[in-house]
Write a protein that binds this ligand. Sequence first.
Ligand SMILES: [Zn+2]
Length: 291
Amino acid sequence: MSSMVRKAICAAVIFCAALGWSQAKLSVQWEELTAADFRSGIQQSQGVCVLPIGILEKHGPHLPLGNDLINVRYVSLHAAQQEYALVFPEYYFGQIFEARHEPGTVAYSPQIQLSLLQETTDEMARNGCRKVIIVNGHGGNQSLLPYFAQTQLDKPRDYVVYVLNTAEIPPGGPPRKTTTDMHAGETETSNTMIARPDLVHLDRAGRESGADLDRLKLPEGLYTAIWWYAKFPNHYAGEGSAATHEMGEYRMKAWTDNIVKAIRAVKADQTSLRLQNEFYEKAKHPLDTRP
Ligand SMILES: [Zn+2]
């Protein structure tokens, strides 16, 4: 091997190693990056950003108020480390009127929920996030977030909002032992045992009842806001004491995998923005729209 070839190979190896090192080093957390590194992060993410959304609410007698955000950030950060995406800082500002009677709940008005979310995604987009994936960590946001995503068609925007709801957990994990398991119960407590075991007070989980009181009888399909309180006045639905580390491990991995899959799908999606633009253009002249 000539010395020139040897030098060239050597330089390439050093260059690649340096590149790999600097890429591995780039944090996925928006707030941890310098301004210059943020530019590299946007490039590396291909403009795909993740907004994990949680809430401040009571979680039974044994879990922390910030439980949902703690868990959704845990899986979002792990997912973004596997498939690079920029993760927005802590965002607690969702829908939680049904827990206003419990200590520590922070329930912003409907207007603030929507406008803060809009300004947040607008600002993310202005900074290069062409695709924003809102990863939901809180059951009370399940109506808010698809509604928010739908309202993105009200006027032209140069970015796409995607909403990823809590993942379906594939069969095969540790079987569930409890039947009521909707809030701070067996599965959610298991998840927190992975994200922040130091904040799980399993010994307190039985101090209150998380049973379904079923106090309101309405036909299926007829909705009213007090349905949740009618069932679970302690804002606790299930039995946290049934939680296990094994169940948490299985579920948090499945949730993480689901977010990785979503980030990859969003990176590959070249259709949504194109069709959005086509739609916005047509919406300016509806009478010209022909079948
Ligand atoms: Zn929760």
